[in-house]
Design a protein around this ligand. Sequence first.
Ligand code: PLP
Length: 224
Amino acid sequence: MRMELIAKYQEVKRTIPGNVKLVAVSKFKRAETILELYEHAGHRFFGESRAQELFAKQQVLPGDIEWHFIGHLQTNKVKLVLPFTSLIHSVDSYKLVKEINKEASRIDKVAGILLQFHIASEETKFGFSLEEGIKMLEDHEFSNLTHVKIRGVMGMASLSNNIALVRKEFKSLKAIFEKLHADYFMMDDSFKEISMGMSGDYNLAIEEGSTMVRVGSSIFGERS
Ligand SMILES: *Cc1c(COP(=O)(O)O)cnc(C)c1O
């Protein structure tokens, strides 16, 4: 079991360039499984999509794990995950940005976040439109939010075998990143991440400029 996990991890890791961060998506997987990757592959970056689950796991796992929150985050759960989360990928509303800022300020932290943009043709995915993102960045109250640091963008492509479609969606996220960088973050070296790519499409995402891939089932196997 362990050998298989490590072998799968190494297979994924081998295809990812050194400048792209591999976030191992461990949602629904046991803490013991995470610990195996931690101890036997030396992996440190893990992604979780549910606040309660992340909270429970970080309590029993080593303190030097870098936790990434990747799921839809409700404002009332911000408090639970913020103290030990290094990057929230899935920030999809101005309201959530404000809540994260408020809570980060309370615990005297600057919270790293990515703005999630809606790039898929499917209706169900969360995320800002480019217009909504710009509206927030230009809002006069936005500059008061000194306890959030926007480190880039995140997006999820359609769950589709249509490579041309998925590639187009990744290109659109890259274009959003470039536009925001040019118009709002030119002087900000920490705005540099493009979180895109999952088990089914991370190679494509890397070709299109991803700096962080979020890979679950290719490492851990299917989720039950
Ligand atoms: C579950 C999840 C992933 C990983 O999906 P896999 O297809 O198992 O690699 C990546 N990103 C987000 C936001 C997820 O919820």
